[in-house]
Design a protein around this ligand. Sequence first.
Ligand SMILES: Cc1cc2nc3c(=O)[nH]c(=O)nc-3n(C[C@H](O)[C@H](O)[C@H](O)COP(=O)(O)O)c2cc1C
Ligand code: SF4
Length: 712
Amino acid sequence: MLKHLLSPFRIGNVELRNRIAMAPMGVEIVESDGSIREPVLRYYEERARGGAGLLITENTAACYPRGANTANEIAVSDDKYLPGLTALAKTAHEHGAKIAIQLAHHGKVGRFDTREGRPLLMPSEPKHSGFPSGPLDLTIEEMTEMGRAAGGGKPTIHVATSEDLKQLAADFADAAERARRAGFDAVEIHGAHGYIFSEFLSPAWNFRDDEYGGSIENRSRLLCEVLRACKERAGQDFTIWCRIDATEFGVEDGIRFEDAQRTAELAVEAGADAIHVSAYADPIGAGFTLGPIVHKESGYADFAAGIKKRVAVPVIAVGRIEPETGDQLIAEGKADIISMGRKLLADPELPAKLAAGRPHDVRPCIYCYVCVAQPFFDKRVRCAVNPVTGLELERAEPVRSVAATKKRVLVAGGGPGGMEAARIAALRGHDVALYEKASQLGGTLRFAALVYEPNERLLRWFEEQMRALPIDVHLDEEATADTVRAWTPDVVIAAAGARRGRPEIPGVNQAHVFDGNDLRALLTGDSSEEATEKLSFTGRLAVRAGRITGISSDPSRLREASRAYMPVGKRVVVIGGGLVGAEIADFFAERGREVVVLEAGPVAATEMAHPRRWRVLHDLREAGVRLVTDATGLEIGLDAVRFRAPEAPGRDPVEQSASADTVVLATGLEANAPAAAALESAGVPVVAVGDMTGVTYIEGAIHDGFRAALDI
Ligand SMILES: Cc1cc2nc3c(=O)[nH]c(=O)nc-3n(C[C@H](O)[C@H](O)[C@H](O)COP(=O)(O)O)c2cc1C
Ligand code: SF4
């Protein structure tokens, strides 16, 4: 199993225990002076302990503070940073991992330069702003926070002189040599993602007419000079490679793949011991999910294979690569090392679990982009599914250690919050019982799994954890005050989910209007006579058949089956364009429905981390879904929904209507205080988590459940 991925490998002069590298990820755990302290060490320690062969650090600032993206970036520009750097290299080695430092200069993206009043270093005066022409899909709060992260100042630009470029090469060479002294095994020069080297490589940003502009050889010159300078200063035997963009998606005149292949050849001639193949697109907007944070599975695998054809050094592939695919890419000679980013935020132990033959135990990333939204706001990383990520110092050891006093913990509700609470409580040695009123675990996650496939992997993982751990799971049994009195727990964790109210919209009680309860019941097989009564005869038969065959309890099969039939008309109006409304709209549009989404606020899907929102809203628009924001005064008629909304941003609202065979209410979720109060009546302390306390979605539920169980 996975014998290629898990086999040892040599990159330059560095021996790796396997071919899994942690991709560089700017996690901003460093606190505003560039120095590495305990929290950073513990973050990397978890990944080294988790079995990766190679850790590539987050982008670090070779010329700190110049060219840094944030004050919270690791600095490598002075010997005063050596103690932290040395401790980091030592930490990785103590757990058998090798560690490369990613050296960067952020060029046009160097927010910290703007913040400190320095101009941004660029190859040329830019000819475009880098902003998309369509809607930004950001809230005012997000834009304000992004502005604050950049210091609120207006960026100015300094076009690099040849003196600047010499200085840059000298700074990188010093930083590489310093990294070697600190004990790092290798250096990765960050030549990608719109930062300084990538700007020189890109015809969309480099308009120079000197030896650094024009032909691809000239545009690659700066990167090659820096590689040579690093080798000369740090030693020819010191392993150094670069990360490059295979392409710039959607950027007119941007880097083309043929350019990237040539750059790779030139970099190897200049001494690069490997090439790490990433890609880039616009930093703002849906392009961000094409590059660098690719949404498509194995989205860059062909690029890696294409670069590998042209160079004799190892090629590192990246981009949502599943372990099996990574293994196959190596077997087929299309890549040598598989670099994984988000997967190792979600589960740092992924390599060790694979090596131990426990792939089902790997907590899956759900590609929700919460982690990578953080750097936009200059905030420390967090992961929706792994509450330890970014807080390893405070949380990693407590999760591993058994609680001083064993307690009886009753978890009421088997959704993500309840399952996470049960998992952590059981890991810490408590006696745990979990009660779920439905016939299957999952709660809202089961419905979320239907509309977004990565959520299903999380559901399966939780189910597996509930089976593997000593948790007494009761299905088809709702925890009540009587249950609490009978089971006599020390603490109850109430995770029974939100209340779903019907919004007060005229016409809301008609037969073609489905609320969240109805939809959940129809699509996931939870029994609800009220919901099925609303269906036609064929609809009722189909739902019944789904239940009998078990299809409606299996998100993948149901996803497929729903392509052929769904109890939903041709024209669908979704009321509420939040996370749930947007995901449902996407699901319906993919199944050929004409969809209109009516959102009361100015921006849709605000509960999604903004990079995912960019992707989803872009996909909705591409699929022809009409997204109406600022929609008020709704009235549901027999075959249409009337509302008031501006026809274009900034205009006054006007009366409009949208035809509807089916109306779906994706609003009305609220905290479930009455259910928590009912449990409290048994006289045992109750901690409410997740949607019971407000609407917190998967991330909030998991984090709440985790905290509640850790606090016992
Ligand atoms: C939170 C986060 C921060 C990132 N920061 C960096 C970075 O500092 N340098 C870099 O080259 N790439 C960075 N990336 C991109 C990753 O290295 C990787 O190429 C990308 O996430 C795709 O790989 P994945 O699908 O395995 O996550 C970052 C990605 C994430 C998720
Ligand atoms: S925050 Fe979301 S996308 Fe990022 S690693 Fe965690 S699960 Fe994956």
